[in-house]
Design a protein around this ligand. Structure first.
Ligand code: SF4
Length: 401
């Protein structure tokens, strides 16, 4: 499918109807029912979602998810150039899965001043188009700190998009400042905040949240904060942390809640599922998801979230190898060149941080897909032309004796 616009097919359900089905989908009644619902303008509900999570036909689920991805975006895979700058690791909460937070007196605790924040961006300012900033719930910072931060960042780097704050940070800032969430977000938007990254959804079932992140915003609060952002024309992403203590049904409920929210407020751009990384955290009962399970979650996300356009392979968490499989299993987006990242790496991720656009494009082309650079809000796209490798590619060759 080479004639798909860079922004994707509007009429993708019609395209999907025409695509030939691989045997692994054809012979599976559940997948055919899911496909029929989607092509007829419907969606896959919680019960069918649970069946997908319990199915042994992972290759069929991946194949169906890939067909849906192809019908929407053809061979295109999206990425951007971004930098992660975490404002502080000091946090008043202590979520059990979190290896990043520190108490204020911990030796490794830090809280960036505005100058330090700008300093972190400076070496990358010519090559990135987005800074992704989240952090802990600082005990004393109010909305004033973030207003000053975003204003200074916009004044210094006017072309860099600021994607910042999880829903729980927004809630914390609003209560620390004694103002509503709506006022908090509108003041921050006026100061330069462009979009929200979507982190902190974990699993949107309160009994699960109570076990893994007690004290964080409730499921309804997470959705409401995003709804308020959408109402202010602030685009957001949404996420899922899986592989802690949730059941398969709770994963399906999570996806369904996001889908329902999107029907109401329509501002989610991208869904980012990532598995729990257990290093250094306090959740001994959790398990590291297998590669199959990661691929299954990404594929089912694509099948159930028919109204959220983009599904991300979060390379910082799952690594480049699994990410490249995910791109053939429903994901259409891969996180960018990410020049610095702490949260996943504190938790045990060993994904490389120094990929440049060319290297990321090579990962995409190596699986016969087409790299497309995008901006944060998916309104500007450029087909990425990879530069030739300076030293050629070193293939292993047999040595003569
Ligand atoms: S996940 Fe966020 S809110 Fe929870 S402890 Fe870590 S930094 Fe704090």
């Amino acid at each position: 499918m080479t004639d798909v616009p860079l922004s994707g097919n509007e009429d993708w359900r019609k395209v999907l109807k025409e695509l030939p089905l691989p045997l692994s989908v054809q012979k599976d009644q559940l997948l055919i029912e899911c496909l029929d619902s989607i092509t007829n303008g419907g969606y896959v509900d919680i019960e069918k979602g649970v069946e997908l999570f319990e199915s042994t036909n992972i290759s069929g689920i991946s194949a169906l998810a890939d067909l849906i991805k192809q019908s929407r975006f053809g061979e295109h895979v999206y990425f951007n150039d971004n930098l992660h700058v975490n404002t502080t690791n000091i946090c008043v909460l202590a979520c059990r899965f979190c290896a990043f937070r520190k108490g204020p007196r911990h030796n490794d605790a830090y809280a960036l001043s505005i100058e330090e924040y700008l300093h972190r961006i400076e070496p990358f300012s010519e090559i990135i188009d987005e800074v992704h900033s989240v952090g802990g719930l600082h005990p004393t910072w109010t909305v004033n700190y973030y207003e000053d931060l975003y204003r200074a960042a916009k004044e210094t780097y006017p072309n860099i998009h600021i994607k910042s704050l999880t829903a729980v940070e927004v809630k914390h800032i609003s209560s620390r400042s004694g103002i509503s969430v709506k006022e908090t977000l509108s003041r921050l938007k006026s100061a330069g905040l462009d979009s929200l990254p979507g982190g902190g959804a974990e699993i949107l079932v309160d009994s699960v949240r109570d076990r893994i992140c007690r004290g964080k915003e409730s499921s309804d609060e997470y959705l409401k904060i995003h709804e308020i952002a959408h109402g202010l024309d602030i685009k957001t992403n949404c996420t899922m942390l899986f592989g802690t203590v949730e059941t398969l049904r709770e994963r399906a409920i999570h996806l369904s809640k996001l889908r329902n929210q999107q029907n109401r407020s329509k501002g989610f751009q991208c869904f980012v599922p990532y598995p729990f990384l257990p290093d250094k955290t306090r959740l001994p009962e959790a398990q590291l998801a297998s590669m199959n399970e990661i691929i299954r979650v990404i594929a089912i996300s694509r099948i159930m979230l028919d109204n959220i356009p983009h599904i991300k392979a979060y390379r910082m968490n799952i690594g480049s190898h699994v990410a490249s499989i995910a791109l053939n299993s429903g994901a259409d987006d891969i996180d960018g060149t990410v020049n610095h990242e702490e949260i996943m790496h504190e938790a045990g991720s060993s994904a490389r941080l120094d990929s440049d656009s060319n290297e990321l494009a090579r990962l995409i082309e190596d699986i016969d897909l087409v790299p497309v650079k995008r901006n944060t809000t998916y309104t500007d796209f450029t087909r990425y032309k990879r530069k030739p490798d300076k030293n050629g590619i070193n293939l292993p060759v047999a040595q003569s004796v």
